[in-house]
Design a binder for this molecule. Structure first.
Ligand code: URA
Length: 209
């Protein structure tokens, strides 16, 4: 699949399987999500541009490499996206963070925006949108539609799990947005849940069910 990066590192796959278990506690689920998110951060930042920087070691001066350009922005789709932020920020502590609040209308499954807050100078930044589940794709598409109006340098989308329907929808609307995921599950059910999936990610992260 074009522009889809399946992160099949053994540590990622192992942790994801533990998270899927229905008897995983809230704290176990959250811990695993943190660990998994930092591993996914390595993959999504793999092609970040570097610049040469002079550095004085205790012994001599050398030319080292540092990340070039304005700070990356992680954009969390509320609320489940927040579960991914901590792990990502542990690897990229200087990143900026934006939030998009979208809820799914239970009848239409269409996203409704209730919050949008981004850092300054978005036109000079690379964006990584985070949301654990790319299911119908409706929220992801709405978030990308909105973010593209700010003319960022690039947009990537990171999730834990997706399904063929979610990938097809996001790619149809935004073929330029690369998708990073730890798994592509079998299908979407009629309630907009991924099968076999891991249930409602927000409820599992925050213990609300
Ligand atoms: N959102 C979730 O939390 N889980 C799904 O399976 C689909 C969307």
């Amino acid at each position: 699949m074009n522009n889809v990066h399946l992160i099949n590192h053994p540590l990622v796959q192992h942790k994801l399987t533990l998270m899927r278990r229905k008897d995983a506690s809230t704290s176990t689920f959250r811990t695993l999500l943190n660990e998994l998110s930092s591993l996914m951060a390595y993959e999504v930042t793999r092609d970040m541009p570097l610049q040469d920087v002079e550095v004085q070691t205790p012994l001599e001066t050398m030319t080292g490499k540092m990340i070039d350009g304005k700070k990356l922005v992680f954009v969390s789709i509320l609320r489940a996206g927040n579960g991914i932020l901590e792990g990502m920020l542990s690897v990229v502590p200087g990143a900026r963070v934006g939030h998009v609040g979208l809820y799914r209308d239970p009848a239409t499954l269409q996203p409704v925006e209730y919050y949008f807050k981004m850092p300054q100078e978005m036109e000079e930044r690379d964006i990584v949108i985070v949301d654990p589940m790319l299911a119908t794709g409706n929220s992801a598409i709405a978030a990308v539609d909105r973010l593209k109006k700010l003319k960022p340098k690039s947009i990537k989308f990171v999730c834990l799990l997706t399904c063929p329907e979610g990938i097809a929808a996001l790619q149809k609307a935004h073929p330029d947005v690369a998708i990073y995921t730890a798994a592509i599950d079998r299908e979407l059910n009629s309630h907009g849940y991924i099968l076999p999936g891991l249930g409602d990610a927000g409820d599992r992260i925050f213990g609300t069910k």
